[in-house]
Design a protein around this ligand. Structure first.
Ligand code: GLC
Length: 517
C-alpha cells in the first residue's frame, strides 16, 4: 500500500495572499481556516502553508525571528491549532514550512551575536574578518549584491539571501539541537509534515573559499550553478538522515519535502530516499521547456531517480518564487490551455503534484507598478530584477473590487486586471472554467490512483508528442498523451476520460488527453 504522501496532491497556500480575516490587507491563518473548503473541493489531499512565524517580514516571512511562534499579522498558535483541527476534520493534511538555512537578524541569537563580539552565539552564524578592507570572499547574495554585511565591530556575517537573513553555521552542534527541538515542536502540535526551505543549503564549504570564476548560470538561476562552495555540500544529507529518524518516530506517516533548488535530477536525487527526505521538488522539470522531447526525458529520469524505496516523485510547475506557468507557456488563453495540458500530463503520473494557489484559476503573472513592488529581489537590485511579486498577488475570491473577497481592507499587493474574470466565484459558476477542469482532473485521478501501477510505459508517439501508459489492476490501462507541437495527432483508441481543451478525434498542439484503454 502506498503511503498517503506518495501520491498526494498538495496545494500551496501563500498565506499572505490567500484570505484575510481581519481586514489588514494581509492573508492570515483564520482566513485559511475559513476557506479550507475551496482546497478540499478542488480535490487536494494536503496543503502546505508558507511561513507564518514571527518575522520582521524582510522576505515576507522567510526571515524568521521565532520558529515556534506565530507572527501577529498571521494569527496565534491557537489559530494554528484551529486550522489543523479544521483541516483534519475534512480529511486534509497540513505541511508547514521550515527555514533552517538562516534566521532573521531579529532572532534573539543573532541580536546578541551582532551586538557582542565576545558572545558564544556568534559561532552559530558565520562571522568572519574582512579581506583587504572588503568582505571575506566574493560570494554574492541570491537577491543581488554581496553575501556579506558588517557588524558594528567591523566583523562580517554571511547572508546568502537578504542582509536581514543571516545564515546559520551548521557546523555548530547547537544549531542541530535547536532544529531538532523545532521539528518536534511542530510534530507534537500535529502537523503532517514539512516543506524545507533551501534544503540544499545549510552547510557551506568549510574554508568559505571563493568560487571558480568561469561558471555560467544555467538559464533559470539555480543556486550552486555559479557558487558551488556555498551550496549542496556533502554533509547536508546527514541532517536529513537524523530528521527522517525523528519524523518516522511519530505516528501517521509524517513527510518532508525539500526545496532542493539544483539544476539536474541526479543532483536533486541525492536528497531523497529511505534515510533522507521523502520528496524533493522537481525543479528541473519546471525549468524545462514545454516540449515533448524535453519533458519525456526529464520525466523518465525523475521516475527512475525519485520513485525509490521510502520516497516518491514530485511534479511542480508554479510556486511563489517563479513566473506562473500559464504565463511561461505563452500567456492569454493559449498559455492557459498549454498550462492545463501540462498539468493534466503530470496528474497522470505516479508521485505528488504540488499546486500553487491561483493556478487552479489559470492566473497569469501580474505586472505590478514599480511603487507597488515589495520583493527584496526587486528592492536589492535597485529595480533591475523584476522580483516575485507578480506571482504573489492576492487570490481573487469574488469578482467585486476592491477587495475581491480577499480582504475588507487594502490588499498588500494590488489585484491585477485578471482578478474579476478569474475569481473563484466567476469560475465556479462556469462549468467550462479552468477551475472546473482542475476539479474534474483531480477527482478522476483520485478515483484511478489506487488501481494504477506506479510503473510508466512509454508508447510511440510522433515527434512533438509524448504518450505513456499505466496498467489498471482492474484490467486495461490509462493512456496519457500530450501534444506539445506535433500536427494534430489521433486520440488513442479507447474511452476518452478527459481532455485539457476540446478535442475531436484529433489532439491539437498544446493539448493533453487521458484515455482508458
Ligand atoms: C526559498 C523560498 C523563497 C525565499 C528563500 C529564502 O527559495 O521559497 O521565497 O526567499 O528561500 O528563504
Amino acid at each position: 500500500m502506498p503511503r498517503w504522501w506518495q501520491d498526494a496532491a498538495v496545494y500551496q497556500v501563500y498565506v499572505r495572499s490567500f484570505a484575510d480575516s481581519d481586514g489588514d490587507g494581509v492573508g492570515d491563518l483564520p482566513g485559511v481556516t475559513a476557506r479550507l473548503q475551496h482546497i478540499a473541493a478542488l480535490g487536494a489531499d494536503a496543503l502546505w502553508l508558507t511561513p507564518f512565524y514571527r518575522s520582521p517580514m524582510a522576505d515576507h516571512g522567510y526571515d524568521v525571528a521565532d520558529q515556534c511562534d506565530v507572527d501577529p499579522q498571521f494569527g496565534t498558535l491557537a489559530d494554528v491549532d484551529a486550522l489543523l483541527a479544521a483541516a483534519h476534520g475534512i480529511g486534509l493534511k497540513v505541511l508547514v514550512d521550515l527555514v533552517p538555512n538562516h534566521s532573521s537578524d531579529e532572532h534573539p541569537w543573532f541580536v546578541e551575536a551582532l551586538a557582542d563580539p565576545t558572545s558564544p552565539l556568534r559561532d552559530r552564524y558565520l562571522f568572519r574578518p574582512g579581506r583587504g578592507g572588503g568582505p571575506p570572499n566574493a560570494w554574492q547574495s541570491v537577491f543581488g549584491g554581496p553575501a556579506w554585511s558588517q557588524a558594528p565591530d567591523g566583523a562580517w556575517y554571511l547572508h546568502l539571501f537578504d542582509a536581514k537573513q543571516p545564515d546559520f553555521d551548521w557546523r555548530h552542534p547547537a544549531v542541530h539541537a535547536e532544529w531538532e527541538r523545532i521539528l518536534r515542536f511542530w510534530l507534537d502540535r500535529g502537523v503532517d509534515g514539512f516543506r524545507i526551505d533551501v534544503a540544499h543549503g545549510l552547510y557551506k564549504a568549510a574554508d568559505l573559499a571563493d568560487n571558480p570564476p568561469d561558471l555560467e548560470p544555467d538559464g533559470v538561476l539555480f543556486h550552486a550553478s555559479t557558487m558551488p562552495n556555498a551550496w549542496d555540500q556533502p554533509e547536508v544529507v546527514d541532517v536529513y538522515r537524523r530528521w527522517r529518524e525523528i519524523t518516522d518516530s511519530y505516528p501517521g506517516d509524517r513527510v518532508m519535502v525539500g526545496e532542493v533548488f539544483l539544476s539536474t535530477v541526479p543532483k536533486v536525487a541525492r536528497f531523497v530516499g529511505r534515510e533522507r527526505l521523502h520528496q524533493a521538488f522537481n525543479f528541473p522539470l519546471l525549468a524545462a521547456p514545454l516540449d515533448a522531447t524535453a519533458w519525456q526525458s526529464v520525466i523518465a529520469l525523475s521516475l527512475e531517480a525519485f520513485e525509490v524505496e521510502g520516497a516518491s516523485a514530485t511534479w511542480v510547475l508554479s510556486n511563489h518564487d517563479v513566473i506562473r506557468h500559464a504565463t511561461r507557456y505563452g500567456g492569454g488563453e493559449p498559455g492557459r490551455a498549454r498550462a492545463r495540458a501540462a498539468t493534466l500530463t503530470l496528474l497522470g503520473l505516479p508521485g505528488s503534484p504540488y499546486l500553487y494557489e491561483g493556478e487552479e484559476l489559470g492566473l497569469e503573472q501580474d505586472d505590478l507598478p514599480a511603487e507597488a513592488r515589495q520583493d527584496p529581489v526587486w528592492l536589492r537590485s535597485g529595480g533591475r530584477v523584476p522580483g516575485r511579486d507578480g506571482c504573489r498577488t492576492p487570490l481573487p475570491w469574488t469578482a467585486e473590487p476592491p477587495g475581491h473577497g480577499f480582504t475588507k481592507g487594502t490588499p498588500w499587493l494590488p489585484f491585477g486586471p485578471q482578478a474579476a474574470a478569474r475569481s473563484v466565484a466567476a469560475e465556479d459558476a462556469d462549468p467550462g472554467s479552468h477551475l472546473w477542469f482542475y476539479r474534474t482532473a483531480l477527482a478522476l485521478r483520485r478515483e484511478l490512483r489506487a488501481h494504477l501501477a506506479r510503473e510508466v510505459r512509454w508508447l510511440d508517439a510522433p515527434p512533438g508528442a509524448l504518450c505513456f501508459a499505466r496498467t489498471d489492476s482492474r484490467g486495461g490501462e490509462l493512456r496519457v498523451l500530450l501534444n506539445t507541437s506535433a500536427p494534430a495527432v489521433p486520440v488513442p483508441a479507447g474511452e476518452l476520460l478527459l481532455a485539457s481543451s476540446p478535442v475531436t478525434d484529433l489532439v491539437p498542439p498544446g493539448t493533453a488527453v487521458w484515455v482508458k484503454v
